[in-house]
Design a protein around this ligand. Structure first.
Ligand code: GGG
Length: 358
């Protein structure tokens, strides 16, 4: 029996709706497999700014550090998108959480459920068999370098920095994962132009010497953007820098049918954080239509990676598969062949997964 403290951090927008469903799945797993999961909640993002003036209050950070895992939703608010001069922003909470918890590896499985072959705008014959595991470096790059304005505010700069150590530790994680899969690793950079990418390639080449059983290819990020759509089945494990990983995984979500299908695990030195890759989606907030499957699949990652509960994790994935096989879809993964009665909302989708879990 596992006894775990889980911190639920809904954040902004649809984060609240999808983490509520994720928590129900954790409850069902605890009941079915006789585990004890206790919960607390914490603020981050816009809701934290509104309540405390800061996007990641110390209290939230302390609770995160004291938990066995964090189930996180999303951060963001359109008000900041329309105010580029805002000094305090929800996303600062996300970055601070990653840095303070040492979450250097963001693992994003691009898993295409067979039943969703027709949910994508990519042709089924190109998609079939696509199964990619992204490793996005999460605590370096242009996100964390010096940034600012000069020339009376008329010039802006963001500095991208990577150390050998930072590149090596994410590369090793990706190589280890490749060993458990199809033993192929693609390292993505822009080494023909960018200096941090040249160091990236140099370090990955060195690390590769320790993994002679893994076939390595190096691709430029622009070519990778094209190949993901043209030939997604060529990829097994992909490792890349923070910014490239952010962009490429949004693109790759179309392989899985929708952003609403992609879960992620952020791991590193301490507590792991599990969250959908999607943002706060204020356009659909409160409408009850958000797809909770990315949050549910994030729970599956938590059970496996942070708690070592592989059977329970597989049961969650199997329940999602069963619901999709039965024909149920949230509207983001529905298409013209979906029966209207099978198009369900956030809560209904959660209840269906729970029914298949029991
Ligand atoms: N659940 C993911 C999320 O909240 N995304 C919003 C965001 O600002 N993402 C930027 C990033 O992942 O670096």
């Amino acid at each position: 029996m596992a006894n775990k403290k889980i911190l639920v951090v809904p954040g902004d927008g649809i984060g609240k709706e999808v983490t509520a469903v994720g928590k129900l799945v954790l409850d069902a797993i605890a009941q079915k497999y006789h585990h004890q999961f206790s919960y607390d909640t914490a603020l981050i993002g816009h809701v934290a700014i509104e309540a405390t003036g800061t996007p990641l209050p110390d209290e939230s950070l302390t609770k995160m550090k004291q938990s066995d895992a964090v189930l996180f939703g999303a951060v963001g608010h359109p008000k900041y998108d329309n105010d580029p001069t805002a000094k305090v922003r929800p996303e600062q909470g996300l970055l601070k959480m990653r840095k303070e918890l040492g979450l250097y590896a963001n693992i994003r499985p691009i898993k295409l459920f067979d039943e969703l072959l027709d949910a994508s705008s990519i042709k089924p014959e190109i998609l079939k068999g696509a199964d990619i595991l992204f490793f996005r470096e999460l605590t370096g790059d242009i996100y964390f370098g010096e940034k600012g304005r000069k020339n009376n505010g008329n010039t802006a700069f963001d500095v991208a920095e990577y150390s050998r150590y930072e590149i090596e530790r994410i590369a090793r994680k990706a190589f280890e994962a490749a060993r458990t899969r199809r033993k192929k690793l693609c390292s993505v950079d822009k080494a023909n132009v960018i200096e941090t990418s040249r160091l990236w390639r140099e370090v990955v080449q060195q690390v590769a010497l320790d993994y002679p059983d893994v076939t390595v290819e190096h691709q430029f990020v622009d070519a990778t953007a094209m190949l993901l759509i043209k030939e997604p089945t060529r990829f097994d494990v992909v490792v890349t820098a923070n910014l490239f990983g952010d962009i490429l995984t949004d693109e790759a979500s179309q392989i899985a049918g929708s952003m609403g299908m992609l879960a992620s695990a952020s791991i590193g030195d301490g507590t792991g954080v599990y969250e959908p890759i999607h943002g706060s989606a204020h356009d659909i907030t409160g409408k009850g239509v958000a797809n909770p499957l990315a949050s549910i699949l994030s729970v599956a990652l938590m059970l496996d990676i942070s708690f070592g509960l592989t059977t329970e994790s597989n049961a969650v994935i199997a329940a999602v598969d069963a619901v999709l096989k039965a024909g149920y879809r949230t509207r983001d993964i529905a298409n013209s062949s979906t029966q209207a009665a099978n198009i369900v909302g956030t809560e209904q989708m959660g209840q269906l997964v729970l029914a298949y879990l029991k």
